[in-house]
Design a protein around this ligand. Sequence first.
Ligand SMILES: Nc1ncnc2c1ncn2[C@@H]1O[C@H](COP(=O)(O)OP(=O)(O)OP(=O)(O)O)[C@@H](O)[C@H]1O
Ligand SMILES: [Mg+2]
Length: 231
Amino acid sequence: MLQVTNLRVAYGPVEVVHDLSLSIEAGGVLAILGANGAGKTSCVEAIAGLLPVAQGKVIFNGADIAGRPASDIVRKGLALVPQLRELFPNFGVEETLEAAMGAAVDRQSLTIEEIFDYFPVLAERRKQLAGSLSGGEQQMLTIGRALITNPKVMLLDEPSAGLAVGIVRGLIDIIKRIQASGVGVLLVEQNLEIAQAVADTCLVLATGRTVWEGPMSEAIHMEEIREAYFA
Ligand SMILES: Nc1ncnc2c1ncn2[C@@H]1O[C@H](COP(=O)(O)OP(=O)(O)OP(=O)(O)O)[C@@H](O)[C@H]1O
Ligand SMILES: [Mg+2]
């Protein structure tokens, strides 16, 4: 569904992602783990068209989308849930979702009610401004905004960041439900509990390079990974 080959991402002369390759199947979940500054966000933003691709291929649904505008990429069915939630604070919950529906353009988007079925708390807040939602509610809205475009692949950049432990459980259920609907998921996480609960494969990034990849079930037994993430 999504196949990235030898991706390089740079800020000016400074390359921060070197030769990264990965692939995601429909209904598969790949976790990218890595310390702060490892290049995780740069990688997903380049895939989503928000950063230039210095080199490499991003094959999505059979076509190379490397370097295409972000709006085209969303329209093709690849949606990003950004690390910084980037909601418009003065948009209401419903307005935010309506605006995102437009991004699906030629594909059938989901309905607002379908998103409320995933996140019932948002239905209770449908008129509330995004900027006045709690952190957890904002994260739900950010995921809902991507989900409503009816993506084939979703990139989630540290969705658990800043969330209370209780909300993390709910996030796991949501990701499993998205996966069960046949969507491929690329999950950037520093929270191993979530990665372990949902991912089937795992890739560990360190200073822009893949230092380990394999089944998630093996990753959790790797001493280095345990030391870095289970501390
Ligand atoms: N706009 C920018 N200009 C220059 N360098 C940048 C820019 N954004 C990020 N970088 C650098 O690129 C490298 C990778 O950053 P990136 O945000 O991709 O890491 P990350 O793995 O997502 O980290 P975190 O876990 O903290 O979110 C870092 O060294 C960072 O300082
Ligand atoms: Mg990041």
